[in-house]
Design a protein around this ligand. Structure first.
Ligand SMILES: [Zn+2]
Length: 148
């Protein structure tokens, strides 16, 4: 039995073997599920990264927290293609493949871990996909290191 930490906030969820939602605690998950209903202004105020992608990968929104994480100016990336122009490290099955799959399904969310290869070095992140109308909101947070 080991401690299970929330992959989003780092809070102790419980012990392994105990039922939990995607490795994310209930209160974080509830917050994440609100993202599709938030205005772009509200998205900009969130403390973690959010990118809204059209199904073809065009960036529709990119909040300042994601800009800070990736070292990019949101205004410089909106309207460009995420997988080919902005984050080519994501044009792999583990990210773009999951994205395509998610677009075809009705699942409320999809959660997985990924490593971004930023110019400053690799950054391990937790990713949550959510449907936002016909588009997809991608919530991104630096992974909380498990306490040894
Ligand atoms: Zn949490």
């Amino acid at each position: 039995m080991g401690d299970v930490l929330c992959a989003w906030c780092g809070a102790l969820i419980g012990q392994s073997g105990v039922d939990h939602s995607h490795g994310i605690c209930r209160s974080c998950y509830r917050e994440l599920l609100r993202i599709p209903d938030l205005s772009e202004e509200a998205l900009d105020g969130l403390p973690f990264g959010v990118i809204v992608l059209a199904r073809d990968g065009t960036i529709l929104a990119y909040n300042p927290a994601e800009g800070a994480l990736a070292g990019r100016e949101p205004s410089a990336v909106i309207g460009r293609h995420f997988f080919t122009e902005i984050a080519p490290c994501t044009s792999v099955q583990e990210f773009q493949g999951v994205f395509r799959e998610f677009c075809e399904r009705d699942d409320a969310s999809r959660t997985f871990q990924f490593t971004f290869h930023f110019p400053g070095g690799p950054v391990q992140v937790q990713i949550v996909f959510l449907h936002r109308g016909a588009d997809v909101a991608v919530a991104i947070r630096k992974r909380v290191d498990p306490v040894a």
